[in-house]
Ligand binder design. Structure first.
Ligand SMILES: [Zn+2]
Length: 241
């Protein structure tokens, strides 16, 4: 019954950040075995429009940002783009830090603390992503099925989106059916072939996030965007400490 409710619910969810991949989406693969290849008719990236990172300076107004695990150090981090364990197999950030707009960070912390009462918590895969980093990703994979076009920007570039999963009290990730950034139907909310355990875990994440002001995207179980407020696209790049 919970699965039915979830599927019914998701019929009404619009994907706001990226289009649903076309039916010609390649069969699911693991990112390390077969990273996505741009189709031949994909326009070439326009590197001349790349934006330079806006580096941290001591007088930068950091009140626009909140670092999530400074608000609550019990939130775990596995910031994949600060490692080469990601779908482009390349380190995108010099160092991994999870910044969000303050209202978004507060909502994540409240959701995490809600889960803690049930013996769970969050592990973050990605948070605010500076737009120059979006260009780096786009120049590697210029395909809007996998990466948002940096000219348009994404909710991550606004500091309003998170990629995350749920961990148990020992820090073990719950089984969500696929890894983060798995591009295939098994990552969709509508995919019906997962076990009851996986379905229940995804529902726990979905209900927790929706309860705290976030909305899902149809093709990525790990991605949630904060809706109550809108913030601008940003180029700021955090310092490494
Ligand atoms: Zn995301």
């Amino acid at each position: 019954m919970r699965t039915l409710l979830l599927l019914t619910c998701l019929l009404f969810i619009q994907c706001t950040e990226k289009k649903t991949p076309p039916k010609t989406i390649p069969p699911p693969t693991t990112k390390s075995e077969n990273p996505p290849v741009a189709p031949p008719d994909t326009p070439k990236p326009e590197k001349e429009e790349s934006i330079e990172p806006e580096p941290y300076t001591p007088d930068y107004d950091t009140s626009q940002w909140q670092e999530v695990n400074r608000l609550d150090p019990s939130i775990l981090l596995d910031l994949r783009y600060a490692t080469d364990n990601n779908f482009v197999d390349e380190k995108m950030y010099d160092c991994g830090r999870c910044f969000l707009r303050p209202a978004v960070a507060t909502a994540v912390v409240k959701a995490h603390q809600f889960l803690q009462k049930q013996g769970y918590g969050f592990k973050m895969y990605d948070c605010y992503r500076p737009r120059p980093i979006q260009w780096k990703l786009w120049n590697k994979v210029p395909d809007p099925r996998y990466v948002a076009d940096p000219r348009k920007g994404s909710m991550h570039n606004r500091g309003m989106a998170v990629d995350l999963t749920i961990v148990d009290s020992l820090g073990n990730e719950l089984d969500m059916g696929t890894d983060f950034d798995f591009f295939g139907r098994e990552a969709y909310h509508s995919y019906g072939g997962h076990s009851d355990e996986v379905t229940d875990n995804r529902i726990l994440l979905l209900e927790t996030m929706e309860e705290h002001g976030f909305r899902p995207t149809s093709t990525e179980w790990w991605h949630y965007s904060y809706k109550p407020k809108t913030f601008k696209l940003d180029n700021w790049l955090w310092p490494c400490e």
